[in-house]
Design a protein around this ligand. Structure first.
Ligand code: NCD
Length: 384
């Protein structure tokens, strides 16, 4: 076996018999040795990669006395695209890891160096304020550089294809791409093309995993457990990625889900899941601990007639009177943006004794910090 010493007792390169690729063995004091492939057969390249990995891991450890990065955890992926692919264990781990950031975000100085020197791109091909800024705050609090690509003003308008845009950004060696796009499945396609981690920040009507994770964190913080909870998800289920991701995640965690909405907005694929379906708020809200309201996704309702807003509010909009059909101390949630007076009564949305909407925003930053930290640390260990 060929062996090259780089830092005495800490870092060396070796080649296994029958292999051209240099392997890295990295050992920090009081830590278990890590063995990582340099993925290169060229010694000079392998040396550089080894030093980079060593510096990074060393930096993380020395910069984060309060926040410790655990190497061994149940999450092995470098992308967060699909809630279906997250196991109960992985979801619980992400929620658990977010608690340290809830505390951190209450500090006067909210700045860490965990992701210093890392480059994160927000690639939003659809409007967003909450999710985009939430990722930006999360990345910056961890010390990363975040670049917002204004896609409306980008070369997309000059005829550059999406693929070209992604290839161009990929050449800048980003660590994470956060993608929001109206086309379903686009984040998955992008993850197969790039070297970075990819987070799906909403693809069409399909998935929005970090929203569902932040909702789960909000619920966990309020109720302590998911078992025996009954959660109503109400409104435009058909076009809602938030509904789909929440059904996946909250039912995996052990909650019962009631789906409530107009018949024409209950899609067939949801009927096969473990949910109870209602077309009436009074029946559907019975026994619920949480009432999650959704916006009518006007931008996805093409060529179909929009319901009359007043009529819709009377039937499906949440006000104090309808909330009384749920459990006595039931809480209200909404991913935002809200259409006040359409799916939710304005006063109720702002009533902090009943509404968790602002808490959801705060939890969004914490869960996204945990997601960024874990995905990037996986990328360092396993590569993408
Ligand atoms: C949701 C989204 O964009 O999917 N909002 C969000 O992420 N905060 C819900 C919505 O747009 O209605």
């Amino acid at each position: 076996m060929k062996k090259i010493l780089l830092i005495e007792n800490h870092l060396h390169l070796y080649k296994r018999e029958n292999s051209k690729i240099w392997q890295i063995k990295l050992k920090l004091p009081n830590k278990k040795a890590l063995r990582i492939s340099s993925k290169s057969s060229i010694l000079e390249d392998a040396k550089q990669i080894a030093i980079q990995k060593y510096d990074l891991i060393n930096l993380k450890i020395s910069n984060n006395k309060d926040i410790k990065i655990k190497k061994k955890h149940p999450i092995k992926t470098t992308h967060l695209i699909n809630s279906k692919k997250l196991s109960k264990k992985e979801i619980e781990y992400l929620i658990k890891e977010s608690y340290k950031y809830i505390k951190f975000n209450k500090q006067k100085i909210k700045k860490n160096k965990i992701l210093e020197g890392r480059t994160i791109f927000n690639l939003f091909f659809e409007d967003s304020t909450r999710t985009r800024t939430s990722f930006e705050v999360a990345a910056k609090r961890l010390g990363a550089d975040l670049i917002n690509v204004a896609l409306k003003d980008s070369s997309i308008n000059k005829g550059e294809t999406l693929l070209d845009t992604i290839t161009t950004i990929n050449s800048m060696d980003p660590d994470v791409l956060i993608v929001r796009h109206p086309e379903e499945g686009i984040s998955e396609k992008i993850s197969k093309l790039v070297k970075s981690c990819v987070i799906n920040a909403g693809d069409g009507s399909r998935e929005h995993p970090t929203q569902a994770l932040l909702d789960a964190l909000t619920i966990k913080k309020k109720f302590g457990s998911f078992k025996n909870l009954r959660i109503a998800i109400c409104g435009d289920i058909m076009h809602s990625r938030v509904a789909r991701s929440n059904i996946e995640i909250l039912s995996k965690l052990g909650s019962n889900i009631n789906i409530i909405g107009p018949k024409e907005w209950i899609p067939n694929d949801i009927k096969n899941l473990e949910v109870n379906i209602y077309n009436n708020m009074k029946e559907g809200l019975k026994g619920c601990d949480i009432v999650m309201m959704l916006r009518i996704q006007k931008e996805r309702i093409v060529e179909k007639i929009m319901p009359n807003e007043k009529k819709y509010f009377n039937q499906f909009g949440l006000d104090y009177k309808k909330l009384a059909y749920a459990k006595k101390n039931a809480f209200v949630m909404h991913p935002g943006p809200m259409n006040r007076g359409v799916e939710i009564e304005s006063k109720l949305a702002d009533d902090i004794t009943r509404s968790l909407i602002q808490e959801q925003v705060a939890m969004g930053v914490a869960i996204r910090m945990a997601c960024l930290e874990i995905l990037i640390s996986n990328k360092d260990i396993y590569g993408t």
